[in-house]
Design a protein around this ligand. Sequence first.
Ligand code: KIV
Length: 271
Amino acid sequence: MSVHKVIKRVTTNTILSMKTKGEKVTMLTAYDFSTAKALDEAGIDVLLIGDSAANVFAGYETTLPITLDNMIYHASAVARGTKRALVLADLPFGEYQGTAEDAFKAAVRMMKESGVHALKLEGGIEIIDNIAKIINAGIPVCGHLGLTPQSINKFGTFSVRAQEDAEAQKLKADALALQAAGCFAVVLEKIPAKLAREVSQSLTIPTIGIGAGDGCDGQVLVVNDMLGFTKDFKPKFLRQYTNMYESVVEAASRYAADVKSGNYPNESEQY
Ligand code: KIV
């Protein structure tokens, strides 16, 4: 008899059935092997290799500079760190907004070279043919509407989206179009809670909110933010579960003091 516990992988079907059962979906971003392992052990349903790696990992102001090669590097590390979670990767800016053929090629590269299970693309009706081509090839896609950070230069601000009726109506139509194209979920970012609830109720696929209130079918946060590692980023929607920045400063300061004083390494810490 095997002593190894068999861990059942979360699939896109699991995510869909969670909506039917009224069970909330948990999603966090991850960019590296060690963090992915810890989040997987914590039972997070979906690990997203967000292109927010451009911000929190690489220090860029926007998500635009990150490349497909960069994303594949992060995504493959996360995929190797998980046994249970569904692993979802962003396609980066510029890789899927052109022709359907280009979008398809980028999607195939990500799937072949990283080992993730699904992809996330920002946008609605404008890119629906490209999304359909990727889904038709057997690659599950999660949509992303609202404050889509790859369009920050069009928006000009990181403030709440779809507060005006025209943008809210467009978002509702986009969500239905993504569902009709075969998306298995939609991320809703920084939109009014009332609108997010209405969209969630209009869909059979789950909505995953970030700054979109409690009417969504699940929630996602950037892991560095919820761990308190991004020191000065404190938007209203963010709940910090620990203060990792302070812990790291404190631990690194103690290490430095120990090395300087000759207290590290001690007898038991050498060969
Ligand atoms: O890139 C990212 O981290 C994301 C989440 C904010 C949803 O897209």
